[in-house]
Each structure stands twice: as C-alpha cells, then as structure tokens.
Design a protein around this ligand. Structure first.
Ligand code: GSH
Length: 186
C-alpha cells in the first residue's frame, strides 16, 4: 500500500490529495500534527514538510507538485510551470506575510495583500483549468478565508465563481474528510 503523510489544512497537502481523489489512487492516509511529526515520516523525509508520499516500492516523493505529477501522470507544460511558479513563489510569499505578519519583521499586511492581488488579477484574466486549477486553488482559498468580506467585495467575479465551484465540488469534500492524528501503533 502507498502511504500519504498529510495535514488537512495545508494547501500543499490539499493539492496532493486532490490528485489522489481525482484518480482514485489508493493510499493509507496518515494525518500528521506538524508539531508532533511521526518518526517514520522524518526518517523517509528529513525535511519534515507535508505532504510526503511513500510508494509501495519504497520510493519517496516529498514535493506536493511531484506527487500530483506522479499520481496524475501529468507532464507540466511551460505555461503550467510559469503559473505554478508564480503561485508557489510570488503569491505564497505575499500570502504568508498577509496572514501571519507577526512572524516577520517590519511587515505591513495590507501592502502584502495588495501585492498578492496582482496574481489574483492575472487569474481573473485567465482562469486556470484542470490539474493546474487544483494546484493553485488551495492557496487562493487561504487568501480568501483570511478576510472573507474583503475578498468577496473585490471586483473579481470570475475568480469568485471559480473558487466557489472548486470548494463546493464533491472531490474537494472528499479531500477535506477529517482524520484523527495517525499513531505508529495503528
Ligand atoms: N515545497 C513543499 C512545501 C510543503 C510545506 O511547506 N508544507 C508545510 C505545511 S502547509 C509544512 O509541512 N510545514 C512544516 C514546516 O515547515 O516545519 C511542497 O510543495 O510539498
């Protein structure tokens, strides 16, 4: 059996789980609490981030995008790479500083919210679809949830519809199923 170490609210883990749900790839789901990471997970992936997929043959895949690519048999086009690169670097940088300004020195959360908007405006002009959409929407969900009233009042009708379609999908519901913390004795 393949093993997936995951954390429910992590957007990287969400994108990996979306790929798994879409393909009915079977895994043993091991829910992780980040401050109490299982020794086996740390042994196979010392960098300590989730998600981590260990295939039945022992191969370890410890990057969410690589998990998606493996599960979906997905080869990224250069266009998809550019989008994901912007999401994972530019947008995530501003998202973290908007959500958690106290974790950084001299950070103005509103400036970072403004900077993050440039990515959302690009999405509004060209919505992603398919696997690319699954790779990106968990991060937009986080951004939206931080101040839902503000987000809902922005002039982004296409992004609003796209996000709510993703969030109300059966697949997302499956991917957000609750699991209790995995214990090595299980
Ligand atoms: N590049 C990694 C990033 C994964 C990541 O940063 N996950 C966060 C949770 S959302 C994590 O495990 N953080 C734990 C830590 O940094 O100690 C991926 O795409 O899988």
């Amino acid at each position: 059996m393949h093993i997936l170490y995951s954390f429910r609210r992590c957007p990287y883990a969400m994108r990996a789980r979306m790929a798994i749900v879409r393909t009915e790839f079977e895994v043993e789901h091991r829910e992780v609490i980040l401050r109490d990471r299982p020794a086996h997970m740390m042994d196979i992936s010392p960098k300590g981030t989730v998600p981590v997929l260990q295939l039945a043959d022992g191969t370890v895949i410890e990057e969410s995008l690589e998990i998606m690519q493996h599960v979906l048999n997905w080869t990224l086009s250069s266009h998809e790479k550019e989008w994901i690169d912007r999401n994972d670097n530019e947008f995530k940088f501003h998202l973290d500083r908007y959500k958690y300004p106290n974790r950084y020195e001299d950070v103005d959360e509103i400036e970072h919210r403004e900077a993050a908007c440039s990515f959302i405006k690009s999405l509004e002009a060209e919505l992603p679809s398919g696997h690319l959409s699954d790779a990106i929407f968990p991060f937009i969900r986080q951004f939206a949830n931080h101040d839902r009233d503000w987000f809902d009042n922005q002039p982004w009708p296409k992004v609003h519809t796209w996000l709510s379609q993703q969030l109300s999908s059966e697949e997302f519901g499956m991917c957000m199923k609750k699991h209790k913390q995995w214990m090595p004795s299980e």
